[in-house]
Design a protein around this ligand. Structure first.
Ligand SMILES: [Zn+2]
Length: 115
């Protein structure tokens, strides 16, 4: 759950990386005034990648499910339409929930960074 967020401290003069305890830049020697400029390096985290995979999976399942449904002779046309609506609503709901989860986690991470 806890993906480490990489925070690197960068010299505003020469962009050398600094330790939080540095008072002068080890590369150019400039005095570091007040709060250091903080640069965030954040790649797509595992949950973003997995959410994307899940969303694609839901869509593929829905498409294949509907394809199979309409090819099948086991259902009447009325039943096929009913299942088509069910599958579409179900898929839309799953995609919506996935999207909500992404938004929620993104908010959590931004809160974490603001501290
Ligand atoms: Zn420097």
């Amino acid at each position: 759950m806890c993906e480490p967020i990489v925070l690197s401290l960068i010299c505003s003069q020469c962009s050398a990386s600094l330790k939080p305890t540095d008072e002068h830049c080890p590369q150019c020697g400039i005095a570091i005034p007040g709060p250091l400029s903080v640069q965030t390096e954040r790649a797509d985290t595992w949950w973003q990648q997995r959410s994307n995979v899940l969303a694609v999976l839901f869509l593929v399942l829905a498409v294949f499910g509907l394809f199979w449904l309409w090819k099948s002779d086991a259902f009447s046309t009325k039943a096929k339409w009913m299942w088509t609506v069910v599958v579409i609503v179900y898929t839309a709901l799953l995609l919506w929930l996935t999207w909500l989860a992404i938004l929620y986690l993104a908010t959590q991470i931004e809160t974490l960074q603001a501290i």
